[in-house]
Design a protein around this ligand. Structure first.
Ligand code: ZN
Length: 341
């Protein structure tokens, strides 16, 4: 009950990549990079275990960015042809590669990473892959010229990849879809269909992570424009409740999401964000427990997974470590209360 997990990423050690930066350049020469990434994964796993996190990830230590890390090894994308575009409905600019041909996957992308993590933890293992809509929104496209068609092409290669990851011992596949909070019409038109194709036939739990983004300034500014109540989830949760996806995440800590929207997710596991990643202030276990208690008014304990609001990659490492510990400790507090009552 109240099994804890994280959205996905943790900060990388400063010997591996530039700290507190998105798209941080590697600091290790190419010939020793894979070994350094593996060492960083070991640390990420052990820190989660020490904090009492139940469903752990590799901390996304082996990818430069949560979207492009997956795309780098696919065919059909020209990383030499980079253009700067506005992403997430022009919320911020990003330099992105261009789709120039059919999307195919010649070889596994993340299989070695999952094998390494699997060999080094007894805990349940989750792995994150960007969702089709978020991929499409983080690319330029000169080939498909249709977002839905391109998303379904990515869904196919995600599914190929995911089947191999599950065979390697993965327990939870999480698709990251922050774009679901931006293009709500597209979620209904083709976003859910793309998730279904990406997760078709997988013998593991499937999850979708929908957030308001990393705790970077562009997102902090955007949130200020969203009004007193953030009701984006109101459009997508009823669609997800009817979907075949097992688990859905949302931001709760310091967010303006009305928690009664959780009632729309009946029948699903809920990954409730009880750690705010947009502040360096570390929650106390009691604050975490209080957020969990508020969520429990709307979600059965057996269905609730306390989680971070989003990835912690841009945070200082010691802050992220302390937040992990607060997450574990806050969940333990509420578990004890539930056991006594
Ligand atoms: Zn996120």
């Amino acid at each position: 009950m109240l099994h804890t997990t994280i959205a996905g990423s943790l900060p990388k050690p400063s010997w591996l990549a530039e700290p507190e930066t998105l798209w941080a350049p590697w600091r290790v020469p190419r010939e020793s990079l894979a070994q350094a990434q593996r060492d960083a994964v070991l640390i990420a796993l052990k820190e989660q275990e020490a904090a009492g996190i139940d469903v752990v990830t590799d901390g996304e230590q082996s990818r430069q960015h949560f979207v492009h890390g997956f795309l780098e090894r696919l065919e059909g994308i020209d990383f030499g042809k980079r253009v700067t575009i506005g992403i997430r409905a022009d919320r911020y600019k990003a330099e992105v590669p261009t789709v120039t041909g059919p999307i195919t996957r010649r070889a596994p992308v993340h299989l070695d990473e999952v094998r390494w993590a699997r060999a080094n933890t007894e805990r349940r293992l989750k792995f994150t892959i960007p969702g089709p809509m978020t991929i499409v929104d983080t690319l330029a496209d000169e080939h498909y010229r249709d977002r839905a068609r391109l998303a379904l092409a990515f869904a196919r290669v995600i599914n190929e990849e995911a089947r191999e990851l599950v065979a390697a011992g993965l327990d939870v596949l999480q698709l990251d879809e922050p774009a679901f909070n931006v293009y709500m019409d597209d979620v209904a038109a083709w976003g859910i269909e793309a998730l279904h194709r990406a997760t078709d036939g997988l013998r593991c739990r499937t999850a979708v992570h929908i957030c308001y983004g990393y705790g970077i300034q562009a997102n902090v500014d955007w949130k200020k424009t969203l009004g007193a109540e953030w009701r984006q989830y109101e459009r997508t949760f009823p669609l997800l409740a009817k979907s075949r996806i097992d688990q859905v995440s949302l931001e709760c800590a310091n967010s303006r999401v009305p928690l009664e929207l959780l009632e729309l997710l009946r029948g699903k596991d809920v990954m409730a964000g009880v750690i705010d990643v947009a502040t360096r202030e570390v929650e106390t276990p009691e604050q975490v427990a209080e957020t969990i208690r508020r969520v429990l008014r709307h979600v059965e304990p057996a269905r609730l997974l306390p989680c971070t609001n989003c990835g912690m990659v841009p945070l200082p490492r010691e802050v992220a470590r302390a937040k992990l510990q607060a997450l574990g400790a806050g969940a333990r507090l509420v578990r004890h209360e539930l056991a006594r009552s």
